[in-house]
Structures are given as C-alpha cells and as structure tokens.
Design a protein around this ligand. Structure first.
Ligand code: ATP
Length: 209
C-alpha cells in the first residue's frame, strides 16, 4: 500500500558498462529511493522451480542444466548466436519481467523509484518511466574501472562496449545525465541534488491530485 506518495516518480536509469549505474543506484537507495533492477527480476524468474524455468527446460532440453540447475553462461552463449532461441526467450521473459516490475512498483511506499534496466532505451516496454537518467563516464574511465573491478582484459571490455549502444546515441536519449567523471563525492553531490528534485516532483504531483 502506498501511503507517503500516491504515485511515485519513476526514474529509469541506464548507462554503459562500468559507467557507475550500480554505484549511483546504491546512493539513491541510501537516500530512500526504492531500486528495482530488471536484471535481478529476470534472474529470479528463472530460479529453481519457477514456471518459466520449466518452459526453458522444455524448449532447450536437459543439456542446458547441471544437476537441475540452469547453466546461465551456456544459455547466454546460445542466445548470443541463435536469433530464433533469443526471440523465443524474450517472448517468454519480457512480459513476465514487466509484470513483476509493475507489481513491485504498485506495492512500494517510496516517493521515488529507480528502475535499473540494461535495455531501458532499446525496449519499448518501459514507456511508463517518468524520466530517463543516464550515468555517463568517459570511455577510458569505463574501461579502467571495469578492468579493475572485474579483473578482465581490455579486450573483453572492448567487446562488450562494442556490443552496447554507442555513447552518443545513449546520451541523446537522456532526460538527465549524471557525469561520473570525477571522484565519488562529486557523484554523491549530483545524486543528492537529483533525489531532492525527484521527491519534490512526486510531492507536487500528489498535491495536484
Ligand atoms: P556494469 O554495467 O558493469 O554493471 P555499472 O555501470 O553498474 O557497471 P559500477 O559497478 O557502479 O558500474 O562502477 C564500476 C566500478 O567503478 C566499480 O568498481 C565502482 O566502485 C567504480 N566507480 C564508480 N564510480 C566511481 C567514481 N566516481 N570514482 C571511483 N570509482 C568509481
């Protein structure tokens, strides 16, 4: 049941690899926003015993499972190379992901909800967000932060960046940009100012009815 705000302000957040989405989301959560992560929702939908997992097993067969546990790396590999399998999985998961996100929004009691979704800009399913927030960092910083965090090679990061939307295209879709090109205090200041603004918008909308 929502009490503090009848209609929360829904902020869609995205950005390239290593841009700082997780860090920004954590800062918003510390200030009192609810964070919904579409990746987590998607992962939970394929947890052991779930109806969607049964369908995945029927479609792909047992080789995708080790002792009944889904081999997610293998699944990723298949859908990366097989368009038909990818389309099938998307039609299975996307409506369920959207429904679960809507359910979590409906039961939240926060004035501000942050929806973190990797395909926020590519998918048509997120038209209910009020504002699109892009976390942006210079590509050299994206690379160095990801290499340090994940202990991977520059080549691995370059491949992922090449498969993602180009930075300029992403920035063109932004309503708001967080510039994560300095230290964490600089990031924190931007988040705090935005959180205050989002709460005000939610409050004003409530007052307007
Ligand atoms: P991914 O797309 O891979 O999930 P992400 O966009 O969620 O990445 P984060 O994990 O938040 O990015 O940040 C990448 C790394 O950079 C993390 O180790 C984080 O602690 C670090 N980092 C983020 N912002 C800053 C900053 N302003 N100063 C120093 N380190 C930072």
């Amino acid at each position: 049941m929502q009490t503090s705000s009848k209609r929360p302000y829904i902020v869609g957040i995205t950005g390239g690899i290593g841009s700082g989405k997780t860090t920004v989301s954590r800062m918003f959560a510390e200030l009192g926003a609810k964070v919904i992560d579409a990746d987590v929702v998607s992962r939970d939908l394929l947890s052991p015993g779930s109806p969607a997992l049964v369908e995945v097993e029927q479609y792909f067969g047992k080789p995708l499972f080790n002792n009944g546990v889904l081999d997610r790396a293998k699944l990723r590999e298949i859908i990366f190379t097989n368009q038909v399998a990818r389309a099938w999985l998307e039609q299975l998961l996307h409506p369920r992901i959207r429904a679960e996100i809507q359910r979590q929004i409906a039961e939240a009691d926060n004035a501000c909800i942050l929806l973190s979704a990797p395909l926020l800009l590519e998918s048509k399913g997120y038209d209910f967000v009020d504002v699109v927030l892009i976390v942006d960092a210079p590509e050299a910083l994206q690379r160095s932060r990801t290499i340090t965090r994940d202990n991977v090679t520059a080549e691995v990061v370059a491949n992922i960046m090449a498969a993602q939307m180009a930075r300029e295209d992403r920035l063109m879709s932004a309503d708001i940009i967080i510039h994560n090109d300095a230290d964490l205090a600089h990031l924190q200041r931007q988040v705090a100012a935005l959180f205050q603004r989002f709460e005000e918008v939610a409050r004003d909308r409530d007052k307007a009815g």
